[in-house]
Design a protein around this ligand. Structure first.
Ligand code: SF4
Length: 402
């Protein structure tokens, strides 16, 4: 049975191929640590310790919380050793200063912590996404930073963020995440709770995003994730039936940081040795040279097409003005003709008209590439069109910037 997590589904949404590499092919990346990750775990660990103490009515002083932060930071730094790389002109002191600031400000704002009843810190939550006959396929697991309850039995999910970049307000990822946890909380504590609230603590910005999670939003998120998992399950099935396209590549802004670039067909060639091909019309060429040449020729031909079009209209104007039907120079001549093309005023009516005259077959020219788009957008299924159309391989090269 597959147990899903929020990050797994997000990874699939970001790129199905990456999901395949990580979760099906077992191409586990070597776990890379970073100063940002260490800051995140150290701040989380210090807050976890703080609330564990609060829960046994032993409020620690601020210095103890900072002490825990330093202890966790130093342990992680020692474990990471030389693998740890500071980027963008930042150093250890910068991260330490940030962590200290976050915790000091947090402590000052919320002490003496007497309003809160902590249900759990770092709560490991296992839940099912739906309760239908397939629910064994939709198990979820995640860890919640902290779960509180107030005097009126409202449960509050707390999540701490240490990012320096504030996500735009329309970025729903975090909200979706907490809404999904609320579904898990309902399954675990449903009989106690009156309502579920969420608190996103953006520690760097000293910002608290707080809201009540409605049943409607939970239902919508459960539906969305159920559909996502169904899609993943179908792809898994296809993949097990040797369909290598079951998890397609998906170009996205994170490709350039992706750890699978050396195996991914979309990026693999980037670090590939150049190879020579010998084609009698062109002679010896390297593949990389041919790529550049192809793009240059494509540009040239677009420029030529434009120029050709301008020349065409100049010559037609000229010939019409003078009343010439042919234009001559050296060995070349041009026949100047005028034709008119039709375009339909109302497509449906026109198709009916052709049907009445039994002329539809002679006139219709279906743009089959559009059928692909219809299948992609789920307006038609492959199954539905199989009776009418057969699939043939088609190849094209689309130039773009590297
Ligand atoms: S390089 Fe891009 S397309 Fe390839 S697996 Fe990684 S994220 Fe997906």
């Amino acid at each position: 049975m597959v147990v899903y997590s929020f990050s797994q589904i997000n990874l699939y949404e970001q790129c199905p191929k990456k999901y395949q590499y990580r979760y099906l092919d077992g191409l586990e990346r070597e776990f890379e640590t970073s100063p940002d990750l260490i800051l995140w775990t150290s701040v989380h660990g210090a807050l976890e310790r703080l609330y564990q103490q609060v829960n046994i009515y032993k409020i620690p002083i601020k210095a103890d919380v900072l002490g825990k932060f330093h202890e966790l930071w130093n342990n992680s730094i020692a474990d990471a050793g030389e693998k740890l790389i500071y980027k963008w002109d930042q150093h250890e002191e910068d991260y330490l200063r940030r962590g200290e600031h976050y915790l000091e400000e947090y402590y000052t704002k919320y002490s003496p912590f007497d309003w809160v009843k902590v249900v759990a810190t770092e709560l490991s939550l296992n839940f099912t996404l739906d309760k239908d006959e397939h629910s064994e396929n939709k198990q979820f697991r995640w860890i919640i930073d902290r779960l509180d309850k107030d005097d009126e039995w409202n449960f509050i999910i707390n999540d701490y963020k240490t990012n320096k970049n504030l996500p735009p307000e329309d970025k729903d990822e975090y909200r979706e995440q907490l809404t999904l946890y609320a579904h898990g909380i309902q399954q675990k504590y449903g009989k106690y709770l009156k309502s579920i609230k969420a608190k996103l603590h953006y520690l760097h910005f000293w910002l608290l995003d707080e809201w009540e999670i409605s049943q409607d939003s939970i239902n919508a998120i459960v539906k969305k994730y159920t559909e996502d998992i169904n899609q993943i399950e179908n792809s898994r099935f296809e993949y097990n039936m040797w369909n290598t396209k079951a998890f397609p590549t998906k170009q996205n802004p994170y490709c350039k940081y992706c750890e699978y670039q050396n195996v991914c067909p979309l990026r693999q060639h980037l670090n590939y040795e150049d190879e020579i091909v010998d084609w009698w019309e062109l002679g010896e060429k390297t593949i990389k040279n041919l790529v550049d040449q192809y793009v240059k020729l494509g540009k040239k031909s677009t420029e030529c097409d434009k120029e050709k079009e301008i020349i065409k209209w100049i010559l037609i104007e000229y010939a019409e003005k003078k009343g010439f039907e042919q234009l001559f120079w050296n060995e070349n001549k041009l026949w100047v003709s005028k034709t008119e093309n039709y375009s339909a005023k109302d497509k449906d009516q026109f198709i009916d008209f052709l049907k009445q005259h039994n002329l539809l077959d002679e006139t219709i020219d279906t743009p089959y590439y559009k059928v692909n788009t219809l299948v992609k957008n789920n307006k038609l299924t492959e199954e539905e069109i199989k009776t009418y159309l057969e699939k043939k391989d088609s190849r094209r090269l689309t130039p773009s910037k590297k």
